[in-house]
Design a protein around this ligand. Sequence first.
Ligand code: SAJ
Length: 414
Amino acid sequence: METDQIVCVVGLGYIGLPTAAILAANGSTVIGVDVNERHVDEVNAGRVPFVEPDLESVVAGVVAQGRLRAQAQVPEAAIFIVAVPTPVTTTHEVDDSFVLAAADSIAPKLHGGELIILESTSPPGLTERMAERILALRTDLTGGSGESNSLYFAHCPERVLPGRIMVEIVSNDRIIGGVTPDAAERARELYATFCRGELLLTDARTSEMAKLAENSYRDLNIAFANELSVISDRLGIDVWELIELANHHPRVDILKPGPGVGGHCIAVDPWFIVAAAPDDARLVRLAREVNDAKPAFVLEQVLAKAARYRTPVIAALGIAFKADIDDLRESPSKAIVENLAIALAHGTLLVVEPNVSDLPDELAKLDNVELVDVHAAIGRADIVLVLVDHQPFKTLDRALLKEKVLVDTKGLFR
Ligand code: SAJ
């Protein structure tokens, strides 16, 4: 690949920005596009507008070298990577409006010969629909191959784990699904500039479904762990000991229960499969329902214990959606804290979240919620509710918890 060709990355979020940065660090000239002015300004100043280990040093370096810059408008480019959100609606339907809006903004910039890659998690068929949308706007161009006015479309789902993005973006294998085989070949050349994993070529629909299958696999297995935790609680069994013992079997590897499944991937993507095949996706739907029911179970557990106090003080350790990140989106822990604060007639909730400096709006507006440090929270608390296994909690002196009522959804203090 000509590494001095311009690559335009549309969407500078958790996936788009690391992708833009790693491409630039490996020789591409990259222009990042984002509708959020703050993201654009931060990136142009060499900063990262969210927490992700080791990303800022790469962004600062490539911005200083002039290999990455950000702007609000889509430029002309040889390659476009679309990395915008594909959320689900409250009725669990896929919202593809950001992808289609990106297609609309790219269409006027095309001349023929460009490669357009969708990295967003997509329901089967969305890459083809994005292509159709662009071709409907540009009837002078074609989706065929080899002509000077051809466009090339591919789906290449991101599979990096938040918190380890800069490691996994290089080391993970990648699936590249072409709408046409030569689109996949061209996309392979681009990813080969930075990806050390295997590059696995297929068609766009299979690639879209593979990404959904991966996250559903995980959701189903976490649902099993969460269901075991609820059953164990009813039967007076320590679920952590149970899982540890069962996992000694050479072919058993049960995942960890918790307060529920959060984030914008595993808690969302299985619904894409349900939406695509509602009558057949029975296990996938049930796993979502089991995991979505877990926060209410935890809430009931805490409320039952709080009922023993006239004005209970509860320390809630963690509101991020998982350990050691600042991401509060779709966080079951945050939802538990919010519902607990609303349900408590009297009493106080002391929130400990080492990765944020302010409470999110939905908690800040509640009178009985305070953000405090972990020692102050545990010192004042009657009940300690562990919601996230953040690193600083793991090293806490167990003696601090003596005389406290403990609800430990992560098995941290067993
Ligand atoms: N969780 C459990 N028990 C477990 C593992 C996870 O309750 O044993 C919970 C976490 O606390 C969290 C949620 O599940 O609330 C999801 O966390 P995660 O760390 O498993 O995954 P994500 O959502 O951060 O990232 C996933 C990854 N997918 C897979 O591992 C199959 C990542 O590789 C994907 O790139 C990402 O989704 C994505 O963007 O789709």
